[in-house]
Ligand binder design. Structure first.
Ligand SMILES: Cc1cc2nc3c(=O)[nH]c(=O)nc-3n(C[C@H](O)[C@H](O)[C@H](O)COP(=O)(O)OP(=O)(O)OC[C@H]3O[C@@H](n4cnc5c(N)ncnc54)[C@H](O)[C@@H]3O)c2cc1C
Length: 376
């Protein structure tokens, strides 16, 4: 059996990004994907255009819409409008298109893609990793990238990422047509969802509607009663669209996301934002950073992969630590949070900066938390 440099488990956004950057540097890479066909993933598809920094090719061909304005509401009234005109754009993509685009870039750069290949077992013999598919196929490599998303069993087994995992409950709906959503406008509704919010993002011929609840696995989303109000407000009929329920693993503390010859990236590494469910930016960032570190490791320039965990802490985790605190305060006292956090005169600008990736939670959190606590 030939030994690959790296086997990547999961050919989603994170795995395909890592595969592209490793293959581009001449490493022998195989991407393993359990699904034979391209499937539509439950994801709003909103991402800061600053993700372009991690790719030498243009992402614009897959951008469905560039958001210029964000509308916030509390129980579908009390609107606040944030203008993004002076910020870096916020993009909406169709998730299946993003994943396919990145996968193709990886394959065109020399990565091998095997699908379907559902990884069932993973073990290490001396310095070589062995990966087994559920149908008995077996592959081996010098290093492993865990990129199989929110339901990945490996981080817990291999002690990568938080051992106490935290999940947001989500509902995702794709609606045919644009309803009354204006071009270049995304909507966030905070009052209707217990411990969370709902969003509506426009695409060329569809709307991506979602509901997320963030304060624990037992968060109950009263989907029907929310949709009864939300759908007509957006110009759709009650009952339109197919609902997909998922659980999203979110950031839950600073931890190592590397082991010996192995790293976790994207949702498998619990990187998604615990306040706004932003997971694409950290998925792409971690794919890029993991590949950079693995390249040096495979070239013998470094002895271990700890610099990957370190850089992700500085570039993402430190901000998420504040995102988690904000989430815990905001979603416990959402009305107050809306009044004091979102309705402030400076808030629309700050929100635009967060969505565009120009500003981190860390940059603004001290002020927000102080304000919430002292006004409560
Ligand atoms: C409802 C909802 C809305 C969201 N909206 C947004 C948004 O608007 N903006 C944003 O930034 N983030 C959003 N997110 C978060 C974002 O979707 C995730 O963070 C992102 O998908 C993470 O990418 P990933 O590559 O880590 O994981 P995934 O996209 O889940 O990819 C994992 C891949 O691994 C494969 N796989 C799984 N198990 C195996 C196995 N055993 N063997 C082989 N392959 C396997 C899967 O088939 C999949 O292709 C949303 C999430 C949800 C649930």
């Amino acid at each position: 059996m030939s030994t690959r440099d790296v086997l990547i488990i999961g050919a989603g956004a994170a795995g395909s990004t890592a595969a592209f950057h490793l293959a581009k540097r001449g490493k022998k890479i195989t991407l393993l994907e359990k699904n034979k066909q391209i499937i539509s993933k439950p994801c709003g598809g909103g991402m800061a255009s600053s993700v372009q920094q991690w790719f030498p090719f243009d992402l614009k061909p897959i951008v469905e819409e560039s958001i210029k304005q964000v509308e916030f509401s509390w129980c579908l009234s009390d609107p606040i409008i944030a203008n993004l005109q002076n910020s870096e754009p916020f993009w909406i993509v169709k998730r299946e298109n993003l994943d396919e685009f990145l996968r193709n870039q990886a394959v065109n750069s020399g990565a091998e893609l095997i699908r379907p290949f559902k990884v069932q077992k993973l073990e290490k013999h001396k310095n070589i990793w062995r990966v087994y598919a559920e149908d008995g196929r077996e592959l081996e490599s010098k290093a492993i990238v865990i990129a199989d998303g929110s339901a990945s069993p490996w981080p817990r087994k291999l002690k990568l990422g938080p051992q106490k995992q935290h999940h947001a409950s989500t509902i995702s709906i794709r609606l045919k047509g644009r309803g009354n959503l204006r071009e270049g406008t995304a909507k966030f509704e905070f009052g209707l969802v217990h411990h969370g919010f709902a969003w509506a993002f426009p695409m060329q011929d569809e709307i991506s509607l979602g509901i997320g609840s963030f304060l624990g696995e037992n968060s109950k989303i009263n989907t029907d009663s929310i949709l009864e109000k939300l759908l007509p407000n957006l110009g759709f009929e009650i009952g339109d669209g197919e609902k997909i329920k998922t659980s999203l693993r979110v950031w839950n503390g600073h931890t190592n996301i590397h082991g010996e010859g192995i790293v976790a990236i994207g949702d498998a590494a619990s990187l998604s934002d615990p306040f706004l469910a932003e997971g694409l930016r950290p998925a792409l960032m971690s794919g890029y950073e993991a590949a950079k570190c693995l390249n040096s490791f495979l070239d013998g320039e470094i002895n271990d992969l700890r610099s990957y965990s370190k850089i992700m802490k500085v570039k993402w985790g430190d901000s998420m630590a504040w995102g988690k605190r904000i989430s815990q305060v905001f979603y416990r006292f959402p009305k107050l949070g809306y009044q004091l956090g979102i309705k402030r005169p400076t808030a629309p600008k700050r929100i635009a900066q967060i969505l565009s990736g120009e500003m981190s939670y860390e940059d603004i959190a001290q002020r927000v938390i102080k304000r919430l606590i002292f006004s409560g």
